[in-house]
Design a protein around this ligand. Structure first.
Ligand code: NDP
Length: 484
């Protein structure tokens, strides 16, 4: 049976409490391994190891740290096919996506921040001829990194890479639903010659291992990606310890199509932004707002596209829609669609589990891509994150109305808008309440730009220099000029 072990102090170890969790393959509903069900004692061991490694790691040159992180990137790249297969089995996502997006992006994350570790971020300010202020950027210490199940290795490396590049040592906890590639990353870090204790990965549930990290008095910063309500709980737990906090939370992102949009391009991308990874990407555009004059064409195109997406075994190369992460999540998505019906929504396609699946997948957690119309913007379906293959389409008449509708939820992660009018694109972008606005595109990512949300979508930014700032503390040394 596959075992997911902790990586602590450069070793693969079992949980001290002897507890194990089941690992279920979402595409089959079957148990295929067991996961360390770690608790506070394991987190303590990880913190001790990370503290022990901190002095040497933080005083290494940026270039030596960068070399180490590049070696890990090399190892991930060399194992790309194997990691893609593991990710697909663990998560239920199509193998084509794991291979083209998840694992390559993990490599890119590591390489990008390996390079970022080279820069000297020290600033100097002369106060006339009175003093010289030198601002150092020092690593924070031992940091806690908690990541979700939807893009497991991708989002974990998005945190690990900058934390290590900045000179911190790490205690990371991936989601218990998708721990396998993180466990493999731990093994690869040992093979790549990481000093023991620099990268510790502890597996277990949120309330057990996660809570122990967030409340640990010697973990100085928490970088968390996950749901908004978990984020609120983490903020509450961390506050009395005055930890640095970065929270990347949920979204209910608008995808706005104006009447002058290039519809061919808009609809090809909207199909992806609606249903990629079964709609389980925080950046998916789950509310499609469309100018009334093109509404019929948009509905027709999206419904046809959704019906043609091939649902099937995620390990099959031709599959476009895999399984949802768990039976409880599939049931939650189904109940959201039921409540959309009760609210008066019309389900134009999907709205059910697929009637036939390959034999191996008969008990898997699949749900058809679903398009719903006829709901007010205030409807619960338009307000709450579903995080599944479900989108609504709502018409607008005026630009002002589109902006109001886009801003109507408590979330503010990202938005897309489609128009050929550059002045309008800029005007509307400036007024949308979101951390990222994509114009005539979606999910185009440059790792140098800030990434994060406003309102209930989060606090702080990841990416590029923002991440390096989060994982360092500024220290000002003000030195008086000696009188001559
Ligand atoms: P959760 O909030 O349920 O879990 C996220 C992580 O937090 C998991 O590792 C989980 O562990 C852990 N966790 C749960 N409870 C606690 C706790 N009390 N203390 C510490 N850690 C805890 O989110 P999901 O995994 O369900 O992910 C989906 C959500 O993530 C969606 O809302 C999505 O929008 C959001 N997300 C946001 C992104 C962004 O960049 N803004 C990107 C991707 C996703 P475990 O699973 O083991 O219980």
């Amino acid at each position: 049976m596959n075992q997911v072990l902790n990586t602590i102090n450069g070793q693969q170890v079992e949980p001290t409490n002897g507890q194990w969790l089941q690992n279920i393959e979402p595409a089959t509903g079957s148990e295929y391994g067991r996961i360390a069900g770690s608790g506070a004692d394991d987190v303590n061991l990880a913190v001790e190891a990370a503290e022990g490694a901190f002095s040497a790691w933080s005083s290494m040159s940026g270039s030596d740290r960068g070399d180490c992180i590049h070696r890990l990137a090399d190892a991930v790249e060399a194992n790309l096919d194997d990691l893609a297969r593991l990710e697909t089995i663990d998560n239920g996502k199509p193998i084509s996506l794991s291979r083209s997006l998840d694992i390559p992006r993990a490599v890119t994350n590591l390489r990008f921040f390996a390079e970022a570790s080279l820069a000297d971020r020290t600033e100097e300010y002369e106060t006339g001829d009175v003093a010289l202020n030198t601002v150092l950027r020092q690593p924070v210490g031992v940091v806690g990194l908690i990541s979700p199940w939807n893009l497991p290795l991708y989002l974990l490396t998005w945190k690990i890479a900058p934390a290590l590049a900045a000179g911190n040592t790490v205690v990371a906890k991936p989601s218990e639903l998708t721990p396998v590639t993180a466990a493999r990353l731990g093994e690869l870090s040992i093979e790549a010659g990481f000093p023991a204790g620099v990268l510790n990965i502890v597996h277990g549930t949120g309330p057990s291992a996660g809570e122990a990290i967030v409340s640990h008095p010697r973990i100085k910063a928490i970088s968390f990606t996950g749901g908004t309500s978990t984020g609120a709980h983490i903020a509450e737990t961390a506050a009395p310890h005055f930890k640095k906090l970065s929270l990347e939370l949920g979204g209910k992102n608008p995808n706005i199509l104006f009447e002058d949009a290039d519809l061919e391009s808009a609809m090809a991308t909207s199909l992806r932004s609606s249903f990629a990874n079964q709609g389980q990407i925080c950046l998916c555009g789950s509310r499609i707002l469309v100018h009334r004059s093109i509404q019929e064409r948009v509905i027709e195109s999206l419904v046809e596209g959704a019906r043609n997406l091939k649902i099937g075994d995620p390990l099959d190369e031709s599959t476009q829609q895999g399984a949802l992460i768990s039976s409880s999540h599939r049931d939650k998505v189904a109940s959201c669609v039921d409540s959309a019906r009760e609210e008066g929504g019309e389900v134009l396609c999907g709205g059910r589990c697929p009637p036939s699946l390959p034999d191996r997948c008969e008990n898997g957690y699949f749900y058809e891509p679903t398009v719903i119309t006829g709901l007010d913007m205030e409807a619960k379906t338009n307000m709450e994150e579903i995080f599944g293959p479900v989108v609504t389409i709502s018409p607008f008449d005026e630009e002002e109305e589109a902006i109001d509708m886009a801003n109507a939820t408590r979330y503010g992660l990202s938005a897309s808008l489609w128009t050929r009018d550059e002045a309008r694109a800029r005007r509307v972008s400036e007024r949308i309440e979101a951390g990222t606005v994509w114009v005539n595109c979606w999910l185009l990512r440059d790792l140098r730009v800030p990434f994060g949300g406003v309102k209930h979508s989060g606090v702080g930014r990841e990416g590029g220099e923002e991440a390096m700032r989060f994982f360092t503390e500024p220290k000002t040394i003000c030195q008086a000029r000696s009188a001559t």
